[in-house]
Write a protein of this length. Structure first.
Length: 225
C-alpha cells in the first residue's frame, strides 16, 4: 500500500477498534498493516477477496474479525475454518499473543498466502493447514483439541456444527459469524437439541453494518441411571 493508503487504513482501524474498546499497540497495528498490504498485493494475482481499498478492508475484514474478541479472548486454542485471506483468525492472533491458532483452508493458493504473511509477521503459535476440515476429525493432533472453532460465511449452521463439533474440546464452543437474516433462517429445532444456541447481534463501527455472532455449545448428555 502507498503511504496515504496506509494512513487511511490505520485511521479507520484505530477509530473502529477504539469504539469496540480495543486499543491496538503500535506493534499490533504494524502487523495488521503488513497483513493488509500483502492481501492487496496478492489479490492482484489470485482471488483472495472482493473487498478493495484501505478503508473498506479495515472495516469489512479487520474490524469484522476483531468484533468477536470479547467472546474468544480467553480461548487458549482456536481453529479458523475456511480462513481464506486470514479472517477472522489472523487478526485475533495478532491481538492475543498467547493464543494458539490453526488456520485451515482448502485452497492451496490461499494457504501459500497465509504462510507468507505469517513469515513476515514473525509470530509463533500459529499454523496453517491445507485441506478439508473433515480430514482433521480423526487426527489426534486436532480432534477434540480446540476451545473455539470459528467460521465466517462457511456453510449453514447444521453443516457447520457437524464439521466443527469433532474438533471441539469438551468445554469448547463453535462461533459462526453471520448476517442477522441468515442466522434467523438457519436455526432449527434439531440443532437446538444438540447445541445450546446463543445469538449476539451487534453493529460494526464506522459503517453501521449489522452482524450476528452465533455460539453453539454442545449439550452434555446426562448418563442414564
Amino acid at each position: 500500500m502507498k503511504p496515504q493508503e496506509v494512513e487511511v487504513f490505520c485511521k479507520a482501524l484505530c477509530q473502529g477498534s477504539r469504539k469496540m474498546g480495543i486499543f491496538l499497540t503500535r506493534t499490533q497495528l504494524e502487523q495488521m498493516v503488513c497483513h493488509a498490504a500483502q492481501l492487496e498485493k496478492w489479490n492482484r494475482k489470485i482471488n483472495l477477496t472482493a473487498i478493495s481499498g484501505p478503508a473498506a478492508m479495515a472495516r469489512k475484514h479487520f474490524l469484522d474479525a476483531l468484533a468477536v474478541q470479547a467472546f474468544v479472548k480467553d480461548a487458549a486454542t482456536v481453529l479458523d475454518m475456511g480462513s481464506g485471506g486470514g479472517f477472522p483468525g489472523l487478526p485475533l492472533k495478532v491481538l492475543n499473543a498467547g493464543m494458539q491458532v490453526v488456520l485451515v483452508d482448502a485452497s492451496r493458493k490461499k494457504v501459500h498466502f497465509l504462510k507468507h504473511v505469517i513469515r513476515l509477521l514473525g509470530t509463533g503459535g500459529i499454523d496453517v493447514i491445507h485441506g478439508r476440515i473433515q480430514d482433521l476429525h480423526h487426527n489426534p493432533d486436532y480432534a477434540g483439541k480446540f476451545d473455539a472453532v470459528l467460521a465466517r460465511g462457511v456453510a449453514n449452521l447444521s453443516s457447520l456444527a457437524g464439521l466443527a463439533a469433532p474438533l471441539l474440546h469438551p468445554e469448547g464452543t463453535i462461533y459462526a459469524l453471520k448476517s442477522p437474516t441468515a442466522a434467523a433462517e438457519e436455526i432449527t429445532g434439531e440443532l437446538e437439541k444438540q447445541f445450546a444456541v446463543q445469538c449476539n447481534n451487534y453493529t460494526l463501527p464506522l459503517e453501521e453494518a449489522y452482524r450476528c455472532l452465533i455460539r453453539l455449545t454442545p449439550i452434555k448428555k446426562v448418563p442414564a441411571s
